[in-house]
Write a protein that binds this ligand. Structure first.
Ligand code: F6R
Length: 608
Protein backbone atom coordinates (compact mmCIF):
# COMPACT_ATOMS: atom_id res chain seq x y z
CA UNK A 1 0.00 0.00 0.00
CA UNK A 2 2.17 2.80 -1.39
CA UNK A 3 5.83 2.31 -2.16
CA UNK A 4 8.65 4.54 -0.95
CA UNK A 5 12.15 4.84 -2.33
CA UNK A 6 15.07 7.11 -1.43
CA UNK A 7 18.63 7.43 -2.73
CA UNK A 8 21.79 9.39 -2.01
CA UNK A 9 25.03 8.53 -3.77
CA UNK A 10 27.32 9.20 -6.67
CA UNK A 11 24.95 8.03 -9.41
CA UNK A 12 21.95 9.67 -11.06
CA UNK A 13 19.24 9.77 -8.39
CA UNK A 14 16.45 10.26 -10.94
CA UNK A 15 17.30 6.92 -12.61
CA UNK A 16 17.65 5.14 -9.27
CA UNK A 17 14.33 6.46 -8.01
CA UNK A 18 12.35 5.72 -11.17
CA UNK A 19 13.86 2.22 -11.45
CA UNK A 20 13.02 1.51 -7.82
CA UNK A 21 9.49 2.84 -8.27
CA UNK A 22 8.92 0.55 -11.27
CA UNK A 23 9.64 -2.41 -9.01
CA UNK A 24 7.54 -1.02 -6.15
CA UNK A 25 4.59 -0.20 -8.39
CA UNK A 26 2.76 -3.35 -7.25
CA UNK A 27 2.23 -1.61 -3.89
CA UNK A 28 0.02 1.06 -5.44
CA UNK A 29 -0.28 2.51 -8.89
CA UNK A 30 -2.68 5.41 -9.08
CA UNK A 31 -0.15 8.24 -8.85
CA UNK A 32 3.58 8.62 -8.65
CA UNK A 33 6.24 11.23 -8.03
CA UNK A 34 9.78 12.05 -7.04
CA UNK A 35 11.52 14.95 -5.30
CA UNK A 36 15.23 15.55 -5.73
CA UNK A 37 17.72 18.02 -4.46
CA UNK A 38 19.06 19.97 -7.40
CA UNK A 39 21.05 23.23 -7.46
CA UNK A 40 20.32 23.86 -3.79
CA UNK A 41 16.57 23.45 -4.26
CA UNK A 42 14.08 20.62 -3.84
CA UNK A 43 12.40 19.96 -7.19
CA UNK A 44 9.30 17.79 -7.39
CA UNK A 45 7.75 16.07 -10.41
CA UNK A 46 4.56 14.09 -9.83
CA UNK A 47 1.38 13.09 -11.59
CA UNK A 48 -1.71 10.95 -11.53
CA UNK A 49 -1.03 7.60 -13.23
CA UNK A 50 1.86 5.21 -13.31
CA UNK A 51 5.61 5.39 -13.52
CA UNK A 52 5.48 5.36 -17.34
CA UNK A 53 3.34 8.51 -17.21
CA UNK A 54 5.91 10.17 -14.96
CA UNK A 55 8.75 9.19 -17.26
CA UNK A 56 7.05 11.01 -20.14
CA UNK A 57 7.18 14.33 -18.28
CA UNK A 58 9.67 16.79 -19.73
CA UNK A 59 10.47 18.24 -16.29
CA UNK A 60 11.79 14.83 -15.28
CA UNK A 61 14.39 14.61 -18.03
CA UNK A 62 15.56 18.12 -17.12
CA UNK A 63 16.42 17.00 -13.56
CA UNK A 64 19.90 16.11 -12.49
CA UNK A 65 20.59 15.04 -8.94
CA UNK A 66 22.33 12.62 -6.60
CA UNK A 67 19.82 12.72 -3.78
CA UNK A 68 16.06 12.26 -3.64
CA UNK A 69 12.90 10.43 -2.62
CA UNK A 70 10.05 8.84 -4.61
CA UNK A 71 6.59 7.39 -4.10
CA UNK A 72 3.98 5.28 -5.85
CA UNK A 73 0.52 5.67 -4.36
CA UNK A 74 -2.60 3.68 -3.52
CA UNK A 75 -5.12 6.39 -2.67
CA UNK A 76 -6.68 6.49 0.78
CA UNK A 77 -7.18 10.18 1.61
CA UNK A 78 -8.18 12.02 -1.54
CA UNK A 79 -8.76 10.69 -5.05
CA UNK A 80 -5.85 9.90 -7.36
CA UNK A 81 -4.79 13.29 -8.79
CA UNK A 82 -1.69 15.33 -9.55
CA UNK A 83 -2.21 17.34 -6.37
CA UNK A 84 -2.74 14.38 -4.08
CA UNK A 85 0.28 12.55 -5.53
CA UNK A 86 3.39 12.46 -3.32
CA UNK A 87 5.90 13.96 -2.53
CA UNK A 88 4.20 16.65 -0.44
CA UNK A 89 5.84 19.86 0.59
CA UNK A 90 5.31 22.21 3.51
CA UNK A 91 7.85 24.96 4.18
CA UNK A 92 11.29 23.43 4.15
CA UNK A 93 10.04 19.85 4.41
CA UNK A 94 9.28 17.56 1.46
CA UNK A 95 8.17 14.02 2.21
CA UNK A 96 6.70 10.76 0.95
CA UNK A 97 4.44 8.69 3.18
CA UNK A 98 3.14 5.13 3.32
CA UNK A 99 0.40 4.44 5.89
CA UNK A 100 -2.40 6.40 7.51
CA UNK A 101 -2.15 9.36 9.88
CA UNK A 102 -5.24 8.75 11.98
CA UNK A 103 -5.29 12.10 13.80
CA UNK A 104 -4.71 14.19 10.68
CA UNK A 105 -8.01 16.10 11.04
CA UNK A 106 -7.17 17.43 14.51
CA UNK A 107 -3.61 18.20 13.46
CA UNK A 108 -4.85 20.01 10.37
CA UNK A 109 -7.09 22.27 12.50
CA UNK A 110 -4.21 23.09 14.84
CA UNK A 111 -1.81 23.76 12.00
CA UNK A 112 -4.30 25.91 10.08
CA UNK A 113 -4.96 27.92 13.24
CA UNK A 114 -1.20 28.49 13.42
CA UNK A 115 -1.19 29.81 9.85
CA UNK A 116 -0.34 26.74 7.74
CA UNK A 117 -2.29 26.07 4.59
CA UNK A 118 -2.65 22.87 2.60
CA UNK A 119 -3.35 22.15 -1.04
CA UNK A 120 -4.09 18.43 -1.12
CA UNK A 121 -6.70 16.23 0.56
CA UNK A 122 -4.07 13.90 1.96
CA UNK A 123 -3.14 13.06 5.53
CA UNK A 124 0.47 12.99 4.32
CA UNK A 125 0.63 16.72 3.63
CA UNK A 126 -0.46 17.31 7.23
CA UNK A 127 2.51 15.24 8.42
CA UNK A 128 4.74 17.46 6.26
CA UNK A 129 3.17 20.56 7.82
CA UNK A 130 3.64 19.28 11.35
CA UNK A 131 7.24 18.29 10.69
CA UNK A 132 7.97 21.71 9.24
CA UNK A 133 6.63 23.36 12.41
CA UNK A 134 8.75 21.04 14.59
CA UNK A 135 11.79 21.77 12.42
CA UNK A 136 11.25 25.49 12.68
CA UNK A 137 11.35 25.16 16.47
CA UNK A 138 14.18 22.67 16.95
CA UNK A 139 16.31 23.48 13.87
CA UNK A 140 17.58 19.89 14.09
CA UNK A 141 16.16 17.25 11.70
CA UNK A 142 16.37 14.29 14.10
CA UNK A 143 14.84 16.21 17.03
CA UNK A 144 12.12 17.54 14.73
CA UNK A 145 11.26 14.06 13.40
CA UNK A 146 11.17 12.71 16.95
CA UNK A 147 8.83 15.51 18.11
CA UNK A 148 6.65 15.11 15.04
CA UNK A 149 6.47 11.30 15.47
CA UNK A 150 5.29 11.76 19.07
CA UNK A 151 2.31 13.75 17.80
CA UNK A 152 1.32 11.41 14.96
CA UNK A 153 -1.02 8.50 15.56
CA UNK A 154 -1.59 5.73 13.05
CA UNK A 155 0.96 4.03 10.83
CA UNK A 156 3.61 5.62 8.74
CA UNK A 157 6.87 5.22 6.93
CA UNK A 158 8.27 8.57 5.87
CA UNK A 159 11.08 9.49 3.49
CA UNK A 160 12.07 13.13 4.09
CA UNK A 161 14.15 15.89 2.51
CA UNK A 162 14.86 19.20 4.30
CA UNK A 163 15.57 22.04 1.93
CA UNK A 164 18.44 23.42 3.99
CA UNK A 165 20.08 19.98 4.53
CA UNK A 166 21.43 19.19 1.05
CA UNK A 167 22.80 15.68 0.54
CA UNK A 168 20.75 14.15 3.33
CA UNK A 169 17.70 11.86 3.21
CA UNK A 170 15.86 11.13 6.46
CA UNK A 171 13.48 8.29 7.28
CA UNK A 172 11.31 7.09 10.14
CA UNK A 173 8.70 4.38 10.49
CA UNK A 174 5.89 3.25 12.77
CA UNK A 175 3.85 0.25 11.64
CA UNK A 176 4.61 0.57 7.92
CA UNK A 177 7.74 -1.16 6.60
CA UNK A 178 10.97 0.61 5.64
CA UNK A 179 14.41 -0.78 4.88
CA UNK A 180 17.79 0.82 4.37
CA UNK A 181 20.39 -0.54 1.98
CA UNK A 182 24.02 0.16 1.28
CA UNK A 183 26.02 -0.32 -1.92
CA UNK A 184 29.25 0.85 -3.53
CA UNK A 185 27.40 3.71 -5.18
CA UNK A 186 25.42 5.01 -2.21
CA UNK A 187 22.57 4.38 0.22
CA UNK A 188 18.92 3.55 -0.37
CA UNK A 189 15.71 3.42 1.53
CA UNK A 190 12.71 1.44 0.30
CA UNK A 191 9.42 -0.10 1.42
CA UNK A 192 10.54 -3.45 0.05
CA UNK A 193 13.84 -5.14 -0.59
CA UNK A 194 12.98 -5.86 -4.22
CA UNK A 195 13.47 -2.15 -5.05
CA UNK A 196 17.20 -2.22 -4.35
CA UNK A 197 18.01 -5.85 -5.22
CA UNK A 198 19.47 -4.88 -8.63
CA UNK A 199 22.01 -2.66 -6.80
CA UNK A 200 22.82 -4.35 -3.50
CA UNK A 201 22.05 -7.21 -1.14
CA UNK A 202 23.12 -5.34 2.02
CA UNK A 203 20.07 -4.22 3.96
CA UNK A 204 18.88 -3.11 7.38
CA UNK A 205 15.26 -3.24 8.61
CA UNK A 206 14.55 0.05 10.32
CA UNK A 207 12.92 -0.68 13.67
CA UNK A 208 9.82 1.11 14.95
CA UNK A 209 10.69 4.61 16.07
CA UNK A 210 14.25 4.56 14.71
CA UNK A 211 15.26 7.56 12.62
CA UNK A 212 17.70 7.09 9.77
CA UNK A 213 19.89 9.65 8.06
CA UNK A 214 21.43 8.76 4.70
CA UNK A 215 24.26 10.93 3.39
CA UNK A 216 27.40 10.69 1.26
CA UNK A 217 29.17 9.35 4.38
CA UNK A 218 26.75 6.42 4.66
CA UNK A 219 23.79 5.64 6.89
CA UNK A 220 23.33 6.41 10.56
CA UNK A 221 20.46 5.40 12.80
CA UNK A 222 19.18 7.30 15.83
CA UNK A 223 17.22 5.58 18.53
CA UNK A 224 15.50 7.51 21.30
CA UNK A 225 17.95 8.19 24.13
CA UNK A 226 20.93 6.57 22.39
CA UNK A 227 23.75 8.04 20.39
CA UNK A 228 23.68 7.53 16.63
CA UNK A 229 25.03 4.21 15.36
CA UNK A 230 25.85 2.60 12.02
CA UNK A 231 23.32 -0.03 11.04
CA UNK A 232 24.37 -3.68 11.32
CA UNK A 233 23.82 -4.70 7.68
CA UNK A 234 22.35 -8.10 6.84
CA UNK A 235 22.82 -9.85 3.50
CA UNK A 236 19.76 -11.15 1.67
CA UNK A 237 19.96 -14.37 -0.33
CA UNK A 238 17.35 -13.09 -2.79
CA UNK A 239 18.61 -12.05 -6.19
CA UNK A 240 17.40 -9.41 -8.63
CA UNK A 241 15.87 -12.00 -11.00
CA UNK A 242 13.40 -12.89 -8.25
CA UNK A 243 11.73 -9.56 -8.91
CA UNK A 244 11.80 -9.77 -12.72
CA UNK A 245 9.43 -11.49 -15.14
CA UNK A 246 12.09 -13.85 -16.49
CA UNK A 247 10.54 -14.15 -19.97
CA UNK A 248 6.93 -14.59 -18.80
CA UNK A 249 4.38 -12.05 -20.05
CA UNK A 250 3.12 -11.46 -16.51
CA UNK A 251 4.43 -11.88 -12.98
CA UNK A 252 1.29 -13.83 -12.15
CA UNK A 253 2.05 -16.50 -14.74
CA UNK A 254 5.68 -16.69 -13.60
CA UNK A 255 4.56 -17.07 -10.01
CA UNK A 256 2.01 -19.79 -10.88
CA UNK A 257 4.77 -21.74 -12.61
CA UNK A 258 7.13 -21.21 -9.65
CA UNK A 259 4.74 -23.04 -7.32
CA UNK A 260 6.10 -26.60 -7.61
CA UNK A 261 9.55 -25.35 -6.53
CA UNK A 262 8.00 -23.15 -3.85
CA UNK A 263 6.18 -26.14 -2.30
CA UNK A 264 9.50 -27.99 -2.07
CA UNK A 265 11.13 -24.97 -0.41
CA UNK A 266 8.31 -24.64 2.12
CA UNK A 267 8.14 -28.33 2.98
CA UNK A 268 11.71 -29.64 2.77
CA UNK A 269 13.05 -27.64 5.72
CA UNK A 270 10.23 -29.01 7.89
CA UNK A 271 10.78 -32.67 7.09
CA UNK A 272 13.41 -34.78 8.82
CA UNK A 273 13.79 -38.52 8.17
CA UNK A 274 10.48 -38.41 6.36
CA UNK A 275 8.55 -37.00 9.33
CA UNK A 276 7.42 -33.46 10.18
CA UNK A 277 9.88 -31.47 12.27
CA UNK A 278 9.74 -27.72 12.89
CA UNK A 279 13.06 -27.40 14.69
CA UNK A 280 14.19 -25.25 11.71
CA UNK A 281 11.65 -22.71 13.01
CA UNK A 282 12.66 -23.19 16.63
CA UNK A 283 9.39 -24.96 17.48
CA UNK A 284 9.55 -28.20 19.43
CA UNK A 285 7.11 -31.05 20.01
CA UNK A 286 6.13 -29.80 23.47
CA UNK A 287 4.76 -26.64 21.92
CA UNK A 288 2.63 -28.59 19.43
CA UNK A 289 1.45 -30.90 22.24
CA UNK A 290 0.33 -27.93 24.32
CA UNK A 291 -2.22 -26.78 21.73
CA UNK A 292 -5.85 -27.66 22.40
CA UNK A 293 -7.56 -25.55 19.75
CA UNK A 294 -6.55 -23.17 16.97
CA UNK A 295 -7.96 -19.88 15.76
CA UNK A 296 -6.70 -19.03 12.28
CA UNK A 297 -6.78 -15.31 11.50
CA UNK A 298 -6.06 -13.76 8.10
CA UNK A 299 -7.47 -11.72 5.20
CA UNK A 300 -8.48 -12.53 1.63
CA UNK A 301 -6.60 -15.38 0.02
CA UNK A 302 -4.56 -15.98 3.17
CA UNK A 303 -7.85 -16.52 4.99
CA UNK A 304 -8.89 -18.93 2.23
CA UNK A 305 -5.65 -20.83 2.74
CA UNK A 306 -6.61 -20.87 6.42
CA UNK A 307 -9.91 -22.55 5.52
CA UNK A 308 -8.03 -25.31 3.72
CA UNK A 309 -5.71 -25.51 6.74
CA UNK A 310 -8.63 -25.81 9.15
CA UNK A 311 -9.98 -28.72 7.11
CA UNK A 312 -6.58 -30.44 7.22
CA UNK A 313 -6.04 -29.76 10.94
CA UNK A 314 -9.42 -31.14 11.93
CA UNK A 315 -9.17 -34.10 9.58
CA UNK A 316 -5.60 -35.22 10.27
CA UNK A 317 -4.71 -33.79 13.69
CA UNK A 318 -8.24 -33.88 15.16
CA UNK A 319 -7.73 -30.44 16.62
CA UNK A 320 -10.70 -28.03 16.75
CA UNK A 321 -9.92 -25.13 14.42
CA UNK A 322 -11.89 -22.02 13.53
CA UNK A 323 -11.09 -19.44 10.86
CA UNK A 324 -11.60 -15.70 11.36
CA UNK A 325 -11.50 -12.73 9.04
CA UNK A 326 -8.79 -10.54 10.56
CA UNK A 327 -10.76 -7.29 10.27
CA UNK A 328 -13.48 -8.81 12.48
CA UNK A 329 -11.27 -10.58 14.99
CA UNK A 330 -10.61 -7.88 17.54
CA UNK A 331 -14.07 -6.34 17.33
CA UNK A 332 -15.92 -9.67 17.61
CA UNK A 333 -13.34 -11.88 19.30
CA UNK A 334 -14.13 -15.58 19.51
CA UNK A 335 -14.07 -17.26 22.91
CA UNK A 336 -10.65 -18.57 23.87
CA UNK A 337 -9.53 -20.93 26.57
CA UNK A 338 -6.34 -22.47 27.96
CA UNK A 339 -4.39 -24.03 25.08
CA UNK A 340 -5.83 -21.78 22.31
CA UNK A 341 -3.24 -20.93 19.66
CA UNK A 342 -3.80 -17.92 17.40
CA UNK A 343 -2.34 -18.73 14.00
CA UNK A 344 -1.94 -15.70 11.74
CA UNK A 345 -1.32 -16.04 8.01
CA UNK A 346 0.08 -13.26 5.83
CA UNK A 347 2.10 -13.32 2.63
CA UNK A 348 3.29 -9.73 3.03
CA UNK A 349 3.64 -9.76 6.81
CA UNK A 350 2.29 -6.21 6.71
CA UNK A 351 -1.48 -6.48 6.44
CA UNK A 352 -2.90 -3.97 8.91
CA UNK A 353 -5.96 -6.02 9.93
CA UNK A 354 -3.90 -9.15 10.53
CA UNK A 355 -1.34 -7.14 12.48
CA UNK A 356 -4.09 -5.59 14.61
CA UNK A 357 -5.51 -9.08 15.28
CA UNK A 358 -2.04 -10.30 16.28
CA UNK A 359 -1.62 -7.42 18.72
CA UNK A 360 -5.09 -8.05 20.11
CA UNK A 361 -4.35 -11.76 20.63
CA UNK A 362 -1.08 -10.92 22.37
CA UNK A 363 -2.75 -8.41 24.64
CA UNK A 364 -5.28 -11.11 25.55
CA UNK A 365 -2.36 -13.32 26.61
CA UNK A 366 -2.82 -15.88 23.82
CA UNK A 367 0.18 -17.59 22.21
CA UNK A 368 0.66 -16.51 18.59
CA UNK A 369 2.25 -18.19 15.60
CA UNK A 370 2.54 -16.46 12.22
CA UNK A 371 2.91 -18.04 8.78
CA UNK A 372 4.58 -15.30 6.72
CA UNK A 373 6.35 -15.07 3.39
CA UNK A 374 8.18 -11.72 3.51
CA UNK A 375 10.96 -12.15 6.03
CA UNK A 376 11.50 -9.84 8.97
CA UNK A 377 8.23 -8.03 8.41
CA UNK A 378 6.19 -6.66 11.29
CA UNK A 379 3.87 -9.65 11.70
CA UNK A 380 6.80 -12.07 11.56
CA UNK A 381 8.69 -10.09 14.15
CA UNK A 382 5.84 -9.44 16.55
CA UNK A 383 4.39 -12.96 16.66
CA UNK A 384 5.71 -15.23 19.43
CA UNK A 385 6.74 -17.76 16.78
CA UNK A 386 7.00 -17.56 13.01
CA UNK A 387 7.17 -19.97 10.10
CA UNK A 388 8.39 -18.58 6.79
CA UNK A 389 6.88 -19.96 3.60
CA UNK A 390 9.97 -19.21 1.44
CA UNK A 391 7.91 -18.53 -1.67
CA UNK A 392 10.29 -15.71 -2.69
CA UNK A 393 9.09 -12.22 -3.71
CA UNK A 394 5.52 -12.21 -4.97
CA UNK A 395 5.02 -9.25 -7.30
CA UNK A 396 1.66 -9.88 -9.01
CA UNK A 397 -1.05 -8.28 -6.93
CA UNK A 398 -3.17 -11.45 -6.99
CA UNK A 399 -1.45 -14.01 -4.81
CA UNK A 400 -0.72 -17.48 -6.18
CA UNK A 401 2.50 -18.94 -4.83
CA UNK A 402 1.87 -17.13 -1.54
CA UNK A 403 -1.42 -18.99 -1.07
CA UNK A 404 0.09 -22.25 -2.36
CA UNK A 405 2.95 -22.24 0.13
CA UNK A 406 0.63 -21.24 2.98
CA UNK A 407 -1.44 -24.35 2.17
CA UNK A 408 1.75 -26.46 2.03
CA UNK A 409 2.91 -25.20 5.44
CA UNK A 410 -0.55 -25.81 6.91
CA UNK A 411 -0.37 -29.36 5.58
CA UNK A 412 2.92 -29.77 7.47
CA UNK A 413 1.49 -28.25 10.66
CA UNK A 414 -1.45 -30.65 10.47
CA UNK A 415 1.00 -33.53 10.05
CA UNK A 416 3.15 -32.27 12.93
CA UNK A 417 0.23 -31.91 15.35
CA UNK A 418 -1.12 -35.30 14.24
CA UNK A 419 2.28 -36.75 15.18
CA UNK A 420 2.43 -34.88 18.49
CA UNK A 421 -1.08 -36.03 19.42
CA UNK A 422 -0.64 -39.55 18.09
CA UNK A 423 -3.50 -39.15 15.63
CA UNK A 424 -1.71 -40.64 12.60
CA UNK A 425 0.68 -43.53 12.21
CA UNK A 426 4.28 -42.81 11.26
CA UNK A 427 3.74 -44.78 8.07
CA UNK A 428 0.81 -42.66 7.03
CA UNK A 429 2.69 -39.47 7.91
CA UNK A 430 5.70 -40.55 5.84
CA UNK A 431 3.44 -41.19 2.86
CA UNK A 432 1.84 -37.79 3.26
CA UNK A 433 5.16 -35.96 3.45
CA UNK A 434 6.63 -37.88 0.56
CA UNK A 435 3.62 -36.92 -1.50
CA UNK A 436 3.95 -33.25 -0.51
CA UNK A 437 7.65 -33.14 -1.16
CA UNK A 438 7.89 -35.06 -4.41
CA UNK A 439 4.63 -36.29 -5.97
CA UNK A 440 2.60 -33.09 -5.56
CA UNK A 441 5.20 -30.65 -6.98
CA UNK A 442 5.96 -33.01 -9.88
CA UNK A 443 2.27 -33.52 -10.67
CA UNK A 444 1.63 -29.78 -10.52
CA UNK A 445 4.54 -29.02 -12.85
CA UNK A 446 3.37 -31.58 -15.44
CA UNK A 447 -0.23 -30.46 -15.12
CA UNK A 448 0.65 -26.82 -15.70
CA UNK A 449 2.60 -27.53 -18.86
CA UNK A 450 0.23 -30.15 -20.32
CA UNK A 451 -3.08 -28.35 -19.76
CA UNK A 452 -2.19 -24.90 -21.04
CA UNK A 453 -4.17 -25.21 -24.27
CA UNK A 454 -7.25 -26.45 -22.46
CA UNK A 455 -7.13 -23.49 -20.05
CA UNK A 456 -6.88 -21.06 -22.97
CA UNK A 457 -9.84 -22.72 -24.74
CA UNK A 458 -12.06 -22.76 -21.64
CA UNK A 459 -11.07 -19.21 -20.73
CA UNK A 460 -12.23 -18.12 -24.19
CA UNK A 461 -15.73 -19.30 -23.23
CA UNK A 462 -15.65 -17.93 -19.67
CA UNK A 463 -14.38 -14.55 -20.78
CA UNK A 464 -17.78 -13.66 -22.26
CA UNK A 465 -19.64 -14.20 -18.98
CA UNK A 466 -20.49 -11.44 -16.56
CA UNK A 467 -21.46 -13.74 -13.67
CA UNK A 468 -20.47 -17.24 -12.70
CA UNK A 469 -20.31 -19.71 -9.83
CA UNK A 470 -17.78 -22.03 -8.28
CA UNK A 471 -19.18 -24.91 -6.24
CA UNK A 472 -17.62 -27.66 -4.14
CA UNK A 473 -17.88 -29.54 -0.87
CA UNK A 474 -15.43 -29.73 2.04
CA UNK A 475 -11.90 -28.75 0.99
CA UNK A 476 -13.23 -28.21 -2.54
CA UNK A 477 -15.57 -25.55 -1.17
CA UNK A 478 -12.64 -23.82 0.55
CA UNK A 479 -10.69 -23.95 -2.69
CA UNK A 480 -13.67 -22.65 -4.66
CA UNK A 481 -13.62 -19.50 -2.49
CA UNK A 482 -10.09 -18.82 -3.58
CA UNK A 483 -10.99 -19.71 -7.17
CA UNK A 484 -13.79 -17.15 -7.34
CA UNK A 485 -11.73 -14.44 -5.61
CA UNK A 486 -8.90 -14.98 -8.10
CA UNK A 487 -11.26 -14.74 -11.06
CA UNK A 488 -13.04 -11.65 -9.73
CA UNK A 489 -9.99 -9.64 -8.86
CA UNK A 490 -8.15 -10.01 -12.14
CA UNK A 491 -10.88 -10.55 -14.78
CA UNK A 492 -13.61 -8.37 -13.19
CA UNK A 493 -16.18 -11.12 -13.79
CA UNK A 494 -18.56 -11.41 -10.87
CA UNK A 495 -18.05 -14.85 -9.38
CA UNK A 496 -19.50 -16.44 -6.28
CA UNK A 497 -18.49 -19.51 -4.44
CA UNK A 498 -21.08 -21.84 -2.93
CA UNK A 499 -21.07 -25.03 -0.95
CA UNK A 500 -22.39 -27.33 -3.67
CA UNK A 501 -25.44 -28.36 -1.67
CA UNK A 502 -26.35 -24.80 -0.73
CA UNK A 503 -26.93 -23.33 -4.18
CA UNK A 504 -30.45 -24.73 -4.42
CA UNK A 505 -31.48 -22.86 -1.25
CA UNK A 506 -32.02 -19.65 -3.18
CA UNK A 507 -29.10 -18.69 -5.39
CA UNK A 508 -29.87 -21.27 -8.08
CA UNK A 509 -32.53 -18.83 -9.29
CA UNK A 510 -29.63 -16.85 -10.83
CA UNK A 511 -28.61 -19.79 -13.00
CA UNK A 512 -29.93 -19.42 -16.54
CA UNK A 513 -29.05 -20.69 -19.99
CA UNK A 514 -25.27 -20.52 -20.36
CA UNK A 515 -24.38 -19.34 -16.82
CA UNK A 516 -20.95 -20.84 -16.14
CA UNK A 517 -20.79 -23.08 -13.06
CA UNK A 518 -17.41 -24.60 -12.24
CA UNK A 519 -17.65 -27.59 -9.93
CA UNK A 520 -14.59 -28.77 -8.04
CA UNK A 521 -15.01 -32.41 -7.12
CA UNK A 522 -11.99 -34.08 -5.58
CA UNK A 523 -13.44 -35.55 -2.39
CA UNK A 524 -13.97 -39.21 -3.24
CA UNK A 525 -16.56 -39.81 -0.50
CA UNK A 526 -18.69 -36.98 -1.86
CA UNK A 527 -18.63 -37.76 -5.60
CA UNK A 528 -22.31 -38.77 -5.70
CA UNK A 529 -23.51 -35.78 -3.74
CA UNK A 530 -21.55 -33.25 -5.81
CA UNK A 531 -22.61 -34.99 -9.02
CA UNK A 532 -26.28 -34.45 -8.06
CA UNK A 533 -25.58 -30.77 -7.54
CA UNK A 534 -23.91 -30.59 -10.95
CA UNK A 535 -26.99 -32.19 -12.54
CA UNK A 536 -29.24 -29.65 -10.76
CA UNK A 537 -27.49 -26.72 -12.42
CA UNK A 538 -26.90 -28.47 -15.76
CA UNK A 539 -30.62 -29.19 -16.09
CA UNK A 540 -31.30 -25.48 -15.65
CA UNK A 541 -29.08 -24.60 -18.58
CA UNK A 542 -25.78 -23.89 -16.81
CA UNK A 543 -22.58 -24.32 -18.75
CA UNK A 544 -20.71 -26.68 -16.41
CA UNK A 545 -16.97 -27.23 -16.15
CA UNK A 546 -16.07 -30.06 -13.81
CA UNK A 547 -12.67 -30.17 -12.16
CA UNK A 548 -12.24 -33.74 -10.92
CA UNK A 549 -9.83 -36.63 -10.48
CA UNK A 550 -9.00 -38.80 -13.48
CA UNK A 551 -10.75 -41.71 -11.78
CA UNK A 552 -13.99 -39.85 -10.97
CA UNK A 553 -16.92 -41.89 -12.31
CA UNK A 554 -19.06 -38.87 -13.08
CA UNK A 555 -16.80 -36.95 -15.43
CA UNK A 556 -19.49 -37.08 -18.14
CA UNK A 557 -22.14 -34.96 -16.40
CA UNK A 558 -20.58 -31.68 -17.47
CA UNK A 559 -20.01 -29.74 -20.69
CA UNK A 560 -16.25 -29.67 -20.14
CA UNK A 561 -13.98 -31.45 -17.73
CA UNK A 562 -10.52 -30.71 -16.38
CA UNK A 563 -8.98 -33.97 -15.23
CA UNK A 564 -6.62 -33.81 -12.27
CA UNK A 565 -3.71 -36.24 -12.17
CA UNK A 566 -2.39 -37.95 -9.08
CA UNK A 567 -3.48 -40.46 -6.57
CA UNK A 568 -2.74 -38.68 -3.29
CA UNK A 569 -4.88 -35.92 -1.82
CA UNK A 570 -1.97 -33.47 -1.89
CA UNK A 571 -1.34 -34.04 -5.61
CA UNK A 572 -5.00 -33.47 -6.39
CA UNK A 573 -5.32 -30.41 -4.18
CA UNK A 574 -2.34 -28.59 -5.68
CA UNK A 575 -3.32 -29.48 -9.27
CA UNK A 576 -6.88 -28.25 -8.62
CA UNK A 577 -5.36 -25.03 -7.29
CA UNK A 578 -3.26 -24.67 -10.46
CA UNK A 579 -6.39 -25.24 -12.56
CA UNK A 580 -8.42 -22.46 -10.94
CA UNK A 581 -5.47 -20.06 -11.00
CA UNK A 582 -4.89 -20.71 -14.69
CA UNK A 583 -8.58 -20.34 -15.52
CA UNK A 584 -8.55 -16.94 -13.80
CA UNK A 585 -5.30 -15.93 -15.50
CA UNK A 586 -6.32 -16.96 -19.03
CA UNK A 587 -9.81 -15.48 -18.64
CA UNK A 588 -8.33 -12.14 -17.57
CA UNK A 589 -5.90 -12.31 -20.48
CA UNK A 590 -8.71 -13.05 -22.94
CA UNK A 591 -10.53 -9.96 -21.62
CA UNK A 592 -7.43 -7.82 -22.02
CA UNK A 593 -7.20 -7.00 -18.31
CA UNK A 594 -4.17 -5.59 -16.55
CA UNK A 595 -3.39 -8.89 -14.85
CA UNK A 596 -0.54 -7.91 -12.56
CA UNK A 597 -2.10 -4.58 -11.57
CA UNK A 598 -5.89 -5.04 -11.24
CA UNK A 599 -7.93 -1.89 -10.77
CA UNK A 600 -8.45 -0.46 -7.27
CA UNK A 601 -6.05 -2.94 -5.66
CA UNK A 602 -2.59 -2.91 -4.18
CA UNK A 603 -0.41 -5.71 -2.97
CA UNK A 604 -0.07 -5.20 0.74
CA UNK A 605 -3.01 -3.65 2.52
CA UNK A 606 -1.47 -1.62 5.30
CA UNK A 607 -4.64 0.26 6.21
CA UNK A 608 -7.56 -1.09 8.26
C1 F6R B 1 -5.83 -11.85 -3.28
C2 F6R B 1 -4.87 -11.33 -2.34
C3 F6R B 1 -5.38 -10.78 -1.05
C4 F6R B 1 -4.41 -11.10 0.09
C5 F6R B 1 -4.85 -10.39 1.37
C6 F6R B 1 -3.94 -10.73 2.53
O1 F6R B 1 -5.17 -12.36 -4.41
O2 F6R B 1 -3.70 -11.32 -2.58
O3 F6R B 1 -6.67 -11.23 -0.76
O4 F6R B 1 -4.38 -12.48 0.28
O5 F6R B 1 -4.84 -9.01 1.15
O6 F6R B 1 -2.64 -10.34 2.26
P1 F6R B 1 -1.43 -10.90 3.09
O7 F6R B 1 -1.35 -12.37 2.83
O8 F6R B 1 -0.24 -10.16 2.57
O9 F6R B 1 -1.73 -10.62 4.52
Amino acid sequence: MCGIIGYIGNENAVCKLTEGLSVLEYRGYDSVGIAVESDGEIKTVKCRGRIDDLKKKEELSALSSHCGIGHTRWATHGAPSDTNAHPHRSGRVTLVHNGIIENYKELKKELEAAGKSFVSETDSEIAAGLLDVCYLESKDPVTAILQCARKLTGSYALGILFEDRPGEVYAVRCGSPLLLASSEDGCYLASDMTAFLPFTKKYYCLAEGEIACLSAEGATVHRDGMSAFSPAWSITDLNAEAAQKGGYPHFMLKEIFEQPRAIVNAVSVRARNGLPDFSHDGIDLDFWRSIQRIQIVACGSAMHAGLVGAGLLEHYAKIPTTVHVASEYRYNPPLSSEGTLVLLISQSGETADTLAALRYAKSAGLPTLAIVNAVETTIAREADRRIYTYAGPEIAVATTKGYCTQAAVLYMIAAQIALARGKMTEGHLREMIHSLLTAAPAAMERFLSEKREQFVRLAGKLSKAEHMFYIGRGLDYSLSMEASLKLKEISYIHAESYAAGELKHGTISLVEEGTPVIAIMTERDLYDKTESNVREVASRGAYVILICREDAPSAKVSDDVILLPGTSDAETLFCALAAVQMLAYETARARGCDIDRPRNLAKSVTVE
